[in-house]
Design a protein around this ligand. Sequence first.
Ligand code: GLA
Length: 411
Amino acid sequence: MVVDSSWLIDQFEARFPGSEDEVRIARAPGRVNLIGEHTDYSGGFVLPVAIGHDVAIAFRVRPDRNVRLYSCSYDQMAQFSLDDIVVSDDAPWSNYFRGVAWALTEYGEQGDAKACLSGIDAVIAGDVPEGAGLSSSAAFEVASAISLLVAAGMDPSVIRNFESERAIEVRRRIALVCQKAENLFVGVNCGIMDQMASCFGRADHAIYLDCRSLEHELVGLGLHRADVALVIFDTGVRRGLVDSEYNRRREEVEAGARMISALSGRGGIHTLRDIDVSLFQETRDALPPVVARRCEHVIMENKRVQDGVAALARGDLGAFGNLMWRSHESLRDLYEVSCPELDMAVEIARKTDGVLGARMTGAGFGGCTVSLVHRAALPDLEGALPTGPMRKGALESRAFVADVVDGAGAE
Ligand code: GLA
């Protein structure tokens, strides 16, 4: 759907009257990951797509160093100076923007980024569901970075041609700055997948990203040709547990890499990415059972991403779908980040003819599943999936077909 530009400009004018000609819009999409879950922070492979739901920021440059933000979702104003960027308790949503401004000054391209940034007035709106595992935070961060960079004088055409070396370099820096903002300012220890997906998405393509080198390749999905739709099912379940369990999984796989390195006596092992299937099998029995399960998931999931990319290159969506089922089982049984509602949605998909594959997507413990579905089977799947809250206190569950779109930019 994406946020409507003229509606957003009206919202902006209502809050910050002035010349409409000087108002720009930065946008960044959410993402859904097709396969390669919980692999990014082990330097592994992921295969996300940018989806047609985004965060849009209308903004106008100010003559000073003040930033005034208005969030349409929270109906709240927030204000700060670029010379004194601190965490806000009153408007926690604004911490993503503050964090990006802070990270641009600390880690931006030029050493003097601190002096370059300009104050802005900005209105923020988004239609990426929050807390659903579709990266609304990364979308907000990336849109924030682009608005600040354009306000500081960056020509948006620099990043418009996705294939140019310069655009790739700038987009990669934006993704890294946004990850720094989330890790060090907001305090969430995420990997790099979400920010890279929001920056590098391309219509009808998945991003085959190597999270060790940060190199990526675009992989054509061929969904239209095969009459297949990408369906996201939001269970409506939101869990606060995600952060603590996420950090624990990170610690477990980091410990696993250290243990396998010590057991093998080999150097050059920094993350699980440096461990192949045969070395893992040699050392598996010497690992604590929980660590062994976590490592098995990551090492085999990396292999599934590579196999999935090969399947897409052959136009074999059936084979890709099979890898999605396997991925879900592994996340459920080995990595233990699923939940009953996600499992139920995947089981319903499995029993519906015409569904090629389905799995939980994102960090887990709630949020969404992603499936590839023959368009003719959409009514059956939508009819079989539950509507309404799936557990006490949960939001309404719902299924929707997602478009695969281009990554972030400015209008
Ligand atoms: C969250 C994190 C990502 C990634 C996924 C799991 O979305 O932000 O970096 O680790 O979980 O694949």
